[in-house]
Design a protein around this ligand. Sequence first.
Ligand SMILES: [Ca+2]
Ligand SMILES: [Ca+2]
Length: 246
Amino acid sequence: MIFHNLKHMQPRQLLYSVFLLCNLTVLSAQRPTVEDFTMSGDTYLTDEECFRLTDEFDYSSGSIWYKVPIDLRSAFSIRLSIMAGCQDAVGADGMVFAFTPRANVTGYRGEGIGYSGLSPSVGIEIDTWLNEHLGDPIEDHISIMLNGRVGHWNDLVGPVKIPNIEDCERHGFYVNWDPGSQKLSVEIDGVEVISGQIDLINKVFGGRSMVYWGMTAATGRYNNIHEVCFDRIASLPGMGPSNLVD
Ligand SMILES: [Ca+2]
Ligand SMILES: [Ca+2]
């Protein structure tokens, strides 16, 4: 039914991706539109209302940032749909979801994945290119990183190997935060792939609870398309408009 209705919905109606949860009960929700994000670097909006952070060009980088900061004193689940490229063997470099007090910035490209150099920050890196000097596994992998440092010896958690994600498909990417247990967890396609217990407010952001969130991506000597979309959210069972409270 939701799928059927999608054909008749305006793009703006599809862009509800942030669900603010409190005590596991939906008390309020937002329906972001493309205008709610700032674009940085090479990012542009596609005809399908996706943010394309990089095309299949070498040495490209881009990012999007939600304009309104989020409060780490509240529980939330930020739900995005990502596409990490169509080239596996020669695809690079990946994408990073980040929290940072500064909005509208993109870090270093290539192995920095548009994230390195952003500090203070917490980054959830989806890395698709082996950089041996950074301690990368050969497989695609995910890790929770601190302060824009992409060598894995600095990781808060990880790296955790994941199945090839450069499969030209959109994947559900959820970032969940519970300030009570200080648990930061990440789901890909509904499966929790990494989590950690981290005092984000005090240990990372110096007592600051309001931070921006966004997604970065980059290419280097090799490349891939990297996109953030919202359509998958609208098609997930139980995540339709009826679950939202204005
Ligand atoms: Ca890498
Ligand atoms: Ca891969």
